[in-house]
Write a protein that binds this ligand. Structure first.
Ligand SMILES: [Zn+2]
Length: 197
């Protein structure tokens, strides 16, 4: 047993963590699910069932745990199979993997690298264009407003001329933004052509 005990250090590898990029991907997914479950249940308890805050919090926490428990179980089984591969027969190894996938396939795929890590992505190809009079698109009348107005958390109402057009090629689709000079995202500014005026 002592060999086995050595093999399973450190214990953190069996949970989801931020140290490993694949695990981080899974953890971010699980965190999102937990927050959603918490918010939905908390809202229902407070506003539809008129529970007090303490009860609503408990109910919401139960919902969050229920939403992520399978993910953690899947992670533990998947990682245990990987660590113990030398001492498991093939049938047991496969059965552990199948059980992990049945518990939470998304997490298993994250841990296997099937969904990338978000770190090796090169991101979309970005091109930036300048138009002193703003930009008119065929599908909408008038010049395009500053894209900052479409970002919900920004809640801006920018009326400056949107002189920059940013085209992002994501491979399967394009996204196009039009930005005033002040709101052009910093990460795109180095791509902006020099002013010709
Ligand atoms: Zn703007």
């Amino acid at each position: 047993m002592s060999d086995l005990e050595l093999a399973i250090e450190p214990i953190a590898q069996f949970t989801l963590n931020h140290d490993d990029p694949y695990s981080r991907l899974a953890l971010d997914r699980v965190m999102g699910a937990a927050l959603d479950a918490y918010d939905i249940r908390h809202h229902a308890a407070r506003h539809h069932e008129e529970q007090d805050e303490r009860t609503a919090h408990q109910e919401a926490l139960y919902a969050a745990l229920a939403a992520v428990g399978r993910a953690y179980a899947a992670s533990a089984l998947h990682q245990a199979a990987a660590v113990l591969i030398d001492v498991l027969d093939e049938e047991t190894f496969m059965a552990l993997g199948d059980t992990a996938a049945a518990l939470d396939l998304n997490v298993v795929e994250d841990l296997n690298g099937a969904n990338g890590t978000g770190e090796d992505d090169e991101g979309p190809e970005v091109r930036v264009f300048h138009g002193a009079d703003g930009w008119v698109f065929s599908f909408e009348p008038g010049t395009q407003p500053c894209t900052i107005n479409r970002i919900p958390e920004g809640r801006q109402d920018c009326t400056d001329a949107a002189v920059w057009k940013v085209v992002e090629n994501h491979g399967m689709h394009l996204t196009i933004g039009t930005w005033c000079d002040g709101h052009l995202p910093d990460e795109h500014r180095h791509l902006a052509p020099r002013s010709d005026s």
